[in-house]
Design a protein around this ligand. Structure first.
Ligand code: GDP
Length: 163
């Protein structure tokens, strides 16, 4: 009985430590995908260089391909938008690089680094200005909130894939 009590305490302790880690990470991570257009054009290297030079640490990374179903799930929030079908087809059209990036103020700083959704409106020197062709095929994804960064990180990566 005593060892059962000790085990429960240990479990609560581990849960508390996990919770603390999760809470700490929430403001400091973002999820990116180098999209199929940029992968096809051999822009993985230059984009990762910009990410490194902007001070982001790579927590997790994989070269993968989304099925139509998974792409639809990832972008489910846009289900009602007229471009949803096009977006799902595009995002499942070829391999992508998905990564969790860590930095103080990660979400906002990464949105600044990638630039506006429409590359013709993106600031000079941003990833989309340099490497994107159109509003649909715009080279990279970046989470738009701390909450979504956690959800999107969990979409692509298990805990064992994070370092
Ligand atoms: P983001 O947060 O800057 O990626 O932009 P949104 O969340 O508004 O849109 C998600 C993704 O949908 C964009 O990155 C584009 O790939 C795509 N998208 C947004 N607007 C359009 C559009 O008007 N036409 C098409 N074809 N795709 C779009």
């Amino acid at each position: 009985m005593f060892s059962g009590f000790k085990n429960s305490c240990r479990r609560i302790h581990i849960f508390a430590a996990d919770f603390k880690k999760q809470a700490f990470m929430a403001g400091d991570i973002t999820l990116t995908m180098i999209k199929p257009d940029a992968v096809k054009k051999n822009f993985i290297g230059p984009i990762l260089k910009m990410i490194n030079e902007a001070g982001f640490r790579i927590v997790a990374m994989k070269y993968t391909k989304l099925s139509k179903e998974k792409a639809g799930e990832f972008y489910a929030v846009h289900r009602e938008r007229p471009f949803y079908g096009e977006l799902v087809d595009f995002m499942s059209s070829g391999p992508i690089v998905a990564a969790i990036l860590e930095k103080e103020n990660a979400v906002d700083d990464f949105r600044k680094l990638i630039g506006a959704t429409d590359p013709s409106k993106a600031e000079e020197g941003t990833i989309r200005k340099l490497y994107a062709a159109s509003i649909g095929e715009n080279a990279v994804h970046g989470s738009d909130s701390d909450e979504n960064a956690v959800i999107e990180g969990d979409f692509h990566f298990s805990k064992l894939e994070r370092f």
